[in-house]
Ligand binder design. Structure first.
Ligand code: NAD
Length: 471
């Protein structure tokens, strides 16, 4: 059992002797780690440390910042095996994928900022004015469990690069990689107080962080419900906010598309990380006359997703991260049946042989009504809804017919036609004919999916205020 009863405040590990929170192994349900259920006082100490460190870090040179990020990148590479296994156990993502994504992506993103920074204009001329981009101040970062290190890196790397100081409150369900990160940063030249880690519950330490007057920005990834609380709290003293929240993304298959490729691509995307992915393509929109064939193809694709112990190389579908999440997904599958959708594959139970841990069968519903709850609400589990549509206008209306707008996909034999439809989707990202994920492209949501963008220069600009000198 990994005893992590400590917080990282002002460049030091501070032992914690109060209540702790259990971290469970997704594949077995066993307790594998303990972290502090810190109090408001620890969070206030961390914010004070970040506030003190801001004055000098905000004036650090670009070379200093780049050096720290190079050291961070080296540390992430060095400990990637440990990071992958830690997150595989906590979240349930199969080890092969966890190695590539959960451990690989944080290093890739850090590298992308190392490439971008030397050419980023922290000041520019506009007519007779000099426009300067200044760090926002102390940033509170609050993150969820599903890509626990990736989501942290997307905040702290550009924040530190911008000259901000940071207090991180990671997910209490998957906090261990944040400790690895703090250990790596502790070994770099980052001055004390620039990065602080406080672990605990959202309603205590998270609440203190989002309401504290010395925190000038909150960068949050998580549920729309918590994002809403943060937006309200931030309004009181006009904090800047960046919110990355939920999704209910549509994969639109046009009549001329390769149906087999579109269904396979959508199923793989939907089931990635057992559906615990905010961008998951959870609604498959197909022409009504291709609906039954799409259901057969989806059932066949799902049957290939071997469930099992995520630590095994052959596993393709792991468990969910917590018992609570598993039960929530079971409830949604029962709801889908009650709502009259056709159960094509799966159901509200664990796959055979997966009695321990938090497994859910990969589930496909056909004939789903666009306004039913399983087609409107984020399930965050391995559940795909296939929705028949009448014509292109109907498909676009259905795709845009939820409160979310995070991601989407369009499939067509004609790339230009696919792009035309993609441009009508009210969403922050659209994958055209299975186009690859690109960490240099901006990422974020329309509507209830978010405010602001992460990745690349867009992610860096979130942490910068604009000042113009009239000369
Ligand atoms: P959550 O909102 O319950 O928790 C996220 C974080 O917020 C946790 O650290 C939690 O402790 C904290 N928190 C909870 N209540 C708080 C409060 N009152 N004040 C301050 N902090 C509080 O989300 P979750 O269940 O951990 O994550 C799943 C959700 O995250 C899904 O809805 C998913 O779509 C979303 N998500 C979005 C993205 C994205 O980039 N758009 C990425 C991953 C996950």
């Amino acid at each position: 059992m990994n005893d992590l009863s400590r917080n990282y405040i002002n460049g030091q590990w501070v032992d914690w002797s109060g209540d702790t929170l259990d971290v469970h192994e997704a594949g077995t349900g066993e307790v594998i780690a303990r972290v502090p259920s810190s109090g408001r006082e620890e969070m206030e100490q961390a914010i004070a440390a970040a506030d003190r460190a801001f004055e000098s870090w905000s004036e650090s040179t670009l070379e200093q910042r780049i050096k720290v990020l190079e050291q961070l990148h080296a540390g992430l590479k060095e400990r990637s095996g440990e990071i992958a296994e830690t997150i595989c156990r906590e979240v349930g993502m199969p080890i092969k994928l966890a190695t590539a994504i959960q451990a690989g992506l944080p290093a890739t993103i850090t590298k992308s900022y190392l490439k971008l920074l030397p050419d980023f204009a922290f000041s520019e001329q506009s007519g007779t004015s000099e426009v300067q981009y200044a760090p926002v101040g102390v940033v509170g970062c609050i993150t969820p469990w599903n890509y626990p290190l990736h989501q942290v890196i997307l905040k702290i790397v550009p924040a530190i690069a911008a000259g901000c100081t940071v207090v991180l409150k990671p997910s209490e369900i998957a906090p261990q990689s944040a400790y690895i990160l703090a250990e790596i940063l502790d070994g770099t030249d980052l001055p004390k107080g620039v990065f602080n880690l406080v672990c605990g519950l959202g309603q205590t330490v998270g609440d203190t962080l989002i309401k504290h007057p010395d925190v000038r920005m909150v960068s949050f990834t998580g549920s729309t419900r918590t994002g809403n609380l943060i937006a309200h709290a931030a309004a009181d003293d006009f904090k800047r906010i960046a919110l990355e929240m939920g999704g209910k993304s549509a994969s639109v298959v046009l009549p001329d598309a390769d149906l087999g490729a579109a269904v396979k691509g959508t199923v793989n995307n939907c089931l990635l990380n057992s559906g615990q992915t905010c961008t998951a393509l959870t609604r498959l929109l197909v022409p009504a006359d291709q609906h039954d064939e799409a259901c057969e193809l989806a059932a066949a694709a799902v049957a290939k997703m071997t469930p099992g112990n995520p630590l095994e190389e052959t596993t393709r579908l792991g468990p969910l991260a917590s018992a609570q999440q598993r039960d929530r997904v079971f409830d949604y599958i029962r709801l889908g049946i009650e709502e009259g959708a056709t159960l094509v594959a799966g159901g509200p139970e664990a796959p055979e042989g997966c009695d321990q841990g938090y497994f859910v069968k990969a589930t496909v519903f056909g004939n789903v009504k666009p306004d039913s709850r399983i087609a409107q609400e984020e399930i965050f589990g391995p559940v795909l809804s296939i929705i028949p549509y009448q014509d292109e206008a109907d498909a676009i209306r259905i795709a845009n017919g939820t409160e979310y707008g995070l991601s989407g996909a369009v499939w067509s034999a004609d790339q230009d036609k696919a792009k035309k439809v993609a441009s009508k989707l009210r969403t922050g990202q659209v994958t055209v004919n299975g186009g690859a994920f690109n960490p240099q492209a901006p990422f974020g949501g329309f509507g209830h999916s978010g405010i602001g963008r992460e990745f690349g220069k867009w992610g860096l600009e979130e942490f910068l205020e604009v000042r113009s000198l009239q000369l």
